[in-house]
Design a protein around this ligand. Structure first.
Ligand SMILES: Cc1ncc(COP(=O)(O)O)c(C=O)c1O
Length: 364
């Protein structure tokens, strides 16, 4: 019998939620609203003819080193040598682990956070220690306390998925001023664009620390989740080190061209952010009025304490064509996460929720 590497044995395979089409087929529905994967409700900003142009040169390998890298360098006012592209930021998170970790090293992260950190550590064969959140946020003092001579990497989702909370500039200063320079700190900023907190640490300040990598994605604000494109920014020497684990053509031409186009769509970006703010306000207010704890969010989703019926309510919503995320796999069985959709989508969600709650009132 072939067995997996033992570090991978305890890692459950990633099981994505049902797609819109699967839900329609399974429950015989004519329409479905997906509020489960933090995708952009305004859709994809790239018109079909841009993809069609890219398809014409699909017989050639993608041009990794030109185009998008230069455009991102300009966009962020960094050198092209400070950037690496990935097949989604998921891949970048893995490349960081694969290029830095020996089996004798270890990884630190939070317990209730994005599962890719745990998975990346396991892929690299290194143990991962997970520190519980405090007040739904990464616990900086506890993370510092948990550092030990084997710690090589720290993954921080900022904003955090699933809570939508951030470490602000003071938290980050406390962390970075005490952490040894031999520990690489990865700030996963998949949702940075949605942050409105005035104490958010800007990218240039974050990159002033020599042992920091920042990861970003085109999957959320830029509406390109299906293209799979993300990137990391750090010092040229750390980027060179991560490059060691990258396979030659890891990002496809369609993704490169779509990302270049999306990056120029400032109106789309503004509209997306405005829609998110309006939706966040609406949903927070509606759910709070119904007695639920809504964790104040700096992202494009909200994390809501629903109580012991969270799983059941998620299933009943699914059967009515509303897909949300139950958070048991994040260590929060009493919580749900709802992506900020368009206002009509959120209104439908609230309507269906009310129907369910009138028959099955919240407990506890
Ligand atoms: C915190 C966080 N980081 C990274 C990702 C992955 O993004 P990508 O689509 O770029 O792989 C996600 C996706 O949900 C996420 O929530």
């Amino acid at each position: 019998m072939i067995t997996p590497r033992h570090q991978l044995e305890s890692i459950p395979p990633y099981i994505p939620g049902l797609s819109t089409q699967e839900v329609m087929n399974r429950f015989n529905l004519s329409s479905v609203i997906k509020l489960a994967s933090n995708e952009n409700p305004l859709g994809c900003p790239v018109p079909p003819h841009i993809f069609a142009d890219a398809i014409r040169s699909a017989h050639q390998y993608p041009h990794y080193t030109t185009g998008l890298i230069d455009q991102l360098a300009q966009h962020h006012q960094v050198s092209p040598h400070q950037l690496i592209l990935g097949n989604g930021s998921d891949e970048i998170l893995q490349l960081i682990a694969l290029s830095t970790l020996n089996p004798s090293d270890s990884v630190l992260t939070a317990l209730q956070t994005f599962s890719e950190y745990r998975f990346s550590a396991a892929l690299a064969g290194a143990p991962c220690y997970e520190i519980p959140l405090r007040n739904y946020q990464y616990d900086v003092p506890a993370l510092l306390q948990a550092l030990n001579p084997t710690t090589k990497l720290m993954y921080i989702a900022n904003p955090n998925n699933p809570t939508g909370t951030i470490l602000n500039r003071y938290d980050i200063e406390t962390l970075m001023n005490r952490i040894p320079p031999s520990v690489l700190v990865v700030f996963d900023q998949a949702y940075d664009a949605y942050v409105t907190d005035p104490h958010w640490m800007p990218l240039s300040d974050l990159l002033a620390y020599p042992n920091v990598v920042v990861t970003r994605t085109f999957s959320k604000l830029y509406g390109l989740a299906a293209c799979r494109i993300g990137y990391a920014i750090s010092s040229p020497s750390i980027i060179q080190l991560i490059q060691k684990a990258r396979s030659p053509f890891n990002v496809n031409s369609l993704a490169l061209i779509a990302a270049q186009y999306a990056l120029t769509q400032t109106q789309f970006v503004q509209d997306s952010l405005a829609m998110n703010q309006a939706g966040l306000r609406y949903l927070t207010s509606e759910l709070t009025q119904r007695g639920m704890l809504v964790i104040p969010s700096q992202a494009n989703f909200v994390c809501v304490k629903m109580g012991p019926t969270a799983k059941q309510v998620t299933q009943m919503l699914l059967e009515r064509g509303i897909i949300i995320r139950h958070l048991a796999s994040f260590g929060y069985p009493d919580f749900i996460r709802i992506t900020i959709g368009s206002l009509p989508q959120l209104q439908s969600f609230v309507l269906e929720l009310d129907t369910i709650l009138s028959a099955h009132p919240l407990q506890g």
